[in-house]
Design a protein around this ligand. Structure first.
Ligand code: ADP
Length: 266
C-alpha cells in the first residue's frame, strides 16, 4: 500500500483543516487530487511527507506507520515536485547537477557522482524532453522547462511515490499541453512509480489518472474511479455550481454551465 489514511484529521486552534480523511492508494495506481484553493491539499501532502502529524486517525505511507519510521528515509522515497521546490534551486545551477542532487536528497550536489549516476541523470533529462536545454542554468529556463528538470530530479531518487503538485501552474496553453503529454508518457512507463497529480483545474485530468479524490473544505467529498467521480451531478455538488462534464478525446473536462457562469460573473 502506498498511502493508507484512516480517518485522519488535522486541527489548528479552533480550525479543522482536515477532517476524517480516508484515502487508500495502492501500488501502481495513479491518482488525481482535486480541490479548490484552501481545501486542504497542501496540508494533506505535508502530512504524507511527514512534515506534520495527524491530530487524530492513522496514517501509513509506503507501509511505514507514522511514529515507527525514520521520516527522512521515508521522504527519500517520495518525490514531491512543487513550485516551493523550484524556488529553492539556485538560478545558476545546471540541470545535470540538479537531477544528480535528487540521488542524494539534497538541494545542492555535495558528493561526487559515479559515471553510472551521471548517465542516469542524462537519461532522465532526455526522457523528460530536456535535451535542448540540459546545459542551461536553471534561472534561464521557462516555467515548464524547470518543472521537467525537477521531475527528472525526483525520479533520480527512484521514488516509490511521485507527487506532481500543480505541475501546470503558470504554464501557457502550449506549455501545459506539452507537460501533460510528458506526464502521460511517464504514466505509460512501467518504471514510473505511483503518481499523485494535484490540481484545482479539472480540465487537466489525464486518463492515466484513473482514480480521483475530491477534497472540499478539508473533507473527502468523493473518491474512486475518475469516471465515477467526475459525473455532472457530483461535480455540480462539489463546486456548488451547475457544471457539465464533457469528454474530449479520452480527457474529461468540466465547464460551468452558461447561466451559472453568468451568475458568478455578475
Ligand atoms: P490548498 O493546498 O488546498 O490550497 P491548504 O492545505 O494550503 O489548502 O490550506 C487549507 C486550509 O487550512 C486553509 O484555510 C488554510 O488557511 C488553513 N491552514 C493551512 N495551514 C495552516 C496552519 N498551519 N494553521 C492554521 N490554518 C492553516
Amino acid at each position: 500500500m502506498i498511502i493508507d489514511a484512516r480517518k485522519i484529521s488535522w486541527v489548528r486552534s479552533d480550525h479543522t483543516v482536515l477532517k476524517n480523511v480516508d484515502w487508500q492508494v495502492r501500488q501502481g495506481e495513479h491518482w488525481s487530487l482535486v480541490g479548490l484553493n484552501g481545501s486542504g491539499k497542501t496540508t494533506l501532502l505535508k502530512m504524507i511527507n511527514g512534515y506534520i502529524w495527524p491530530t487524530s486517525g492513522k496514517l501509513t505511507v509506503l507501509n511505514r506507520p507514522f511514529g515507527t519510521c525514520d521520516l527522512r528515509e521515508l521522504r527519500k522515497k517520495i518525490g514531491w515536485v512543487s513550485s516551493a521546490l523550484s524556488e529553492k534551486i539556485r538560478p545558476g545551477e545546471r540541470p545535470e547537477a540538479i537531477v544528480l542532487s535528487g540521488k542524494f536528497a539534497s538541494i545542492g550536489l555535495y558528493e561526487q557522482p559515479s559515471p553510472a549516476e551521471r548517465a542516469m541523470a542524462y537519461e532522465l533529462l532526455h526522457k523528460l524532453g530536456c535535451k535542448s536545454f540540459e546545459n542551461r542554468p536553471f534561472g534561464l529556463l521557462s516555467q515548464g522547462e524547470k518543472q521537467r528538470v525537477l521531475i527528472a530530479r525526483a525520479l533520480m531518487a527512484d521514488p516509490e511515490l511521485l507527487i506532481l503538485d500543480e505541475p501546470c501552474n503558470g504554464l501557457d496553453l502550449f506549455a501545459r499541453e506539452q507537460m501533460l503529454s510528458i506526464i502521460a508518457e511517464l504514466a505509460n512507463s512501467p518504471e514510473t512509480p505511483s503518481m499523485i497529480f494535484v490540481t484545482h483545474h479539472v480540465e487537466e485530468l489525464l486518463p492515466c489518472f484513473e482514480h480521483t479524490l475530491l477534497l472540499k473544505a478539508g473533507t473527502v467529498f468523493k473518491s474512486g474511479p475518475t469516471g465515477e467521480v467526475m459525473t455532472p451531478e457530483i461535480m455540480t455538488a462539489f463546486y456548488d455550481h451547475r457544471v457539465s462534464v464533457q469528454r474530449q478525446g479520452r480527457r474529461l473536462s468540466v465547464a460551468l454551465n452558461d447561466d451559472a457562469a453568468m451568475e458568478s460573473k455578475f
